[in-house]
Design a protein around this ligand. Structure first.
Ligand code: SAH
Length: 283
C-alpha cells in the first residue's frame, strides 16, 4: 500500500513526543472565483459590504490517493457511520458520500496506517489527534452544508475535517494554532487538490473576520465557552458546532443556530471528548 509522503521525519518525532500526552480528540462517548458581481447603483458605503461571492471549486479527485483503500473507506462508512449502535447514525447521503471519497489514510501518520479506517481518533503529533470518523461525519451533518456555504473551521489538525467539508461546501477557511500542523495540513490539502480550502496559522478564538460572515462554523477543540467573535461571524441562518466543557472531562457537543433575525438558540447533541482549545479561550 503506497501513500503520500507528506509526513516528514520531524512530524514523526513530534508524534512520538505527542504519545506521551494521553487522550483523544473528537471522540463520542460511546476556486476559482467568478468575476465580481456588477456594481449596483448604491452608495459607496453599501458597496463596501457586498459579501464575497462563493463559487464551488469541485475537488478534482485526480490524485491517486482517492483510488487507494476504497473498500476500507466504504466499510468504515457503512459499519461505523451510516449504522451505529447506541448513537445516532449519520443519514445525510451527501455527507456519507464525502466520507467515502476523502482518503483518510493520507491524513494519518505512517505508524498508524493500519488503523486509518478504524473507529477511533489517532495521534497526529504535538499532543493532537485526528478525530474519530463518526464524529467528523456527525458534526458535518449538523452543519447542513451545500455548495453555497462558506465554512470556518477552528483546529485544522491533520486537515481531514476540512477536506470532508470541502467536498460539500463552496469554501472552507480553517485556522490552526500550531504552526507545524497548520503548514502540513495546508500542504496535504493542496496536494490532494482541494482548491477551495484556505488554512491560516493563528488563534482561532478571533475567527477570520475578513472572510466572514460564515454559513457554518465548526470548532474541533473544546472550550469552556463559545468565543464571542465566532458568534459574531456567523451569518443569520447559520449554524455553529462546538464541544463545550473542560479539558479531558465530560464535554458536550453543542449546536448553535442564529435565526434570520439574529436570535441565538443552542442545544446539546452528544457527549464527546476533544483536546482543549488553547490560547485566548483559556485566559
Ligand atoms: N479537525 C482536526 C482535528 C482537530 S484536533 C482534524 O480533522 O484532524 C484539534 C486541533 O485544534 C489541534 O490541531 C489543535 O492544535 C487545534 N487548536 C487548539 N486550540 C486552537 C485555537 N485556539 N485556534 C486554532 N486551533 C486550535
Amino acid at each position: 500500500m503506497k501513500s503520500m509522503k507528506i509526513w516528514p521525519a520531524a512530524m514523526e518525532l513530534a508524534l512520538l513526543l505527542g504519545l506521551l500526552v494521553a487522550g483523544g480528540c473528537g471522540r463520542g462517548d460511546q476556486a476559482s472565483k467568478q468575476p465580481p458581481p456588477r456594481e449596483p447603483e448604491t452608495t459607496p458605503d453599501v458597496q463596501a459590504k457586498i459579501p464575497e461571492v462563493v463559487v464551488k471549486v469541485r475537488p478534482s479527485h485526480e490524485h491517486a490517493a482517492f483510488r487507494e483503500r476504497v473498500a476500507e473507506r466504504t466499510a468504515m462508512v457503512s459499519k461505523q457511520i451510516a449504522q451505529r449502535a447506541f448513537a445516532q447514525p449519520v443519514k445525510d447521503q451527501k455527507v456519507l458520500e464525502a466520507m467515502r471519497m476523502v482518503p483518510r489514510h493520507v491524513f494519518v501518520p505512517q505508524r498508524y496506517q493500519g488503523q486509518a479506517y478504524a473507529d477511533r481518533p489517532l495521534q497526529i503529533g504535538y499532543g493532537q489527534t485526528i478525530s474519530q470518523p463518526y464524529i467528523v461525519g456527525y458534526m458535518t451533518e449538523l452543519l447542513e452544508l451545500d455548495e453555497e456555504s462558506k465554512v470556518l473551521e477552528i483546529g485544522t489538525g491533520s486537515g481531514y475535517q476540512a477536506a470532508v467539508a470541502a467536498e460539500l461546501a463552496g469554501r472552507v477557511y480553517s485556522i490552526e494554532i500550531i504552526k507545524a500542523l497548520g503548514e502540513s495540513g495546508r500542504r496535504r490539502l493542496k496536494e490532494l487538490g482541494y482548491k477551495n480550502v484556505q488554512v491560516k496559522v493563528a488563534d482561532g478564538y478571533y475567527g477570520w473576520p475578513e472572510k466572514g460572515p460564515f454559513e457554518a462554523i465548526i470548532v474541533t477543540a473544546a472550550s469552556s465557552h463559545i468565543p464571542g467573535p465566532l458568534i459574531e461571524q456567523l451569518k443569520p441562518g447559520g449554524r455553529l458546532v462546538i464541544p463545550l466543557g473542560s479539558a479531558w472531562r465530560a464535554q458536550e457537543l453543542v449546536l448553535l443556530s442564529k435565526g434570520a433575525d439574529g436570535t441565538i438558540t443552542s442545544r446539546g447533541v452528544m457527549g464527546v471528548r476533544f483536546v482543549p482549545m488553547v490560547g485566548k479561550a483559556q485566559e
